[in-house]
Design a protein. Structure first.
Length: 251
């Protein structure tokens, strides 16, 4: 056998061995852990009263009612969510609520004034213990960043989990750029409300199945900044009931 033929034989044998190896490694496909995890997230979303039809799969996260994000990797809050102003049943814990650090991504610094105004609205509720601070470096709890969310959606927020505030807010910056300052800061104030557990006050009229009332704060509220589906048309300051609900959840 000349050297070339020897090499060829070796390579051919090796190829057969590799082929047979990979064949024996064909085992039944296990359920993908990521899929199982996202199934649990769907079950959690449905347990909050959102119908399956309202849940949109968006890659690494789900979106509900256009502006609420559920990461497929989220920590599912323990226990059953208690099912007017409305909330998720999962709150920012007693330690975290006193200083929720908001980091403005470089993509959003052109709206620093709007973010500041939004933070001031929540911090202005004297009887509540929720306080936001804006940080520029180091650890943060919520990142606010720009993302193209298409037409009709001003922004998206995230509910709390594991005692932490929802960790992400996306703002459709180019889309809201032509809105008034008051409406731009409304979008951010509204999403911050989701990140501390508030739901859409008008949940019923926009098709949710059930929602958990904030104790002692029921009914509809046309003046609520937490009404959904009101991009560039909703209330720009927290209503009396928005404030009551925040105090009830975070006394
Ligand atoms: Zn919303």
């Amino acid at each position: 056998m000349n050297k070339n033929l020897k090499n060829f034989t070796f390579i051919a044998l090796a190829a057969i061995m590799i082929a047979s190896c990979s064949k024996t490694k064909e085992t039944p496909v296990n359920p993908d852990p990521q899929t199982q995890k996202s199934d649990k997230v769907i079950a959690y979303i449905e347990s909050l009263g959102f119908p399956a039809s309202a849940i949109v799969d968006n890659g690494d996260h789900y979106v509900v009612e256009e502006d609420i994000i559920f990461s497929k990797n989220m920590v599912i809050p323990a226990g059953q969510p208690k099912t007017e102003q409305f909330y998720t049943g999962s709150l920012v814990n007693a330690t975290n609520k006193r200083n929720i650090r908001v980091k403005v991504d470089p993509s959003m610094t052109s709206m620093n004034a709007e973010v500041t105004s939004a933070v001031n609205q929540w911090n202005g509720i004297a009887a509540s213990t929720v306080r936001f601070s804006i940080v520029t470096t180091g650890t943060y709890d919520i990142l606010i960043k720009d993302e193209n969310l298409g037409n009709g959606v001003c922004g998206q927020g995230t509910f709390p989990s594991g005692g932490a505030a929802g960790n992400l807010i996306k703002i459709n910056k180019a889309y809201i750029a032509a809105n008034s300052f008051a409406q731009r800061q409304r979008t951010i104030t509204h999403e911050l409300g989701h990140n501390i557990s508030l739901r859409h006050t008008n949940w019923s009229s926009i098709g949710e199945g059930t929602a958990t009332p904030v104790p002692g704060v029921g009914g509809t509220d046309a003046a609520s900044l937490m009404n959904g589906g009101q991009c560039n048309s909703g209330a720009t300051v927290l209503s009396a009931k928005d404030i009551q609900a925040t105090v009830a959840l975070y006394p």
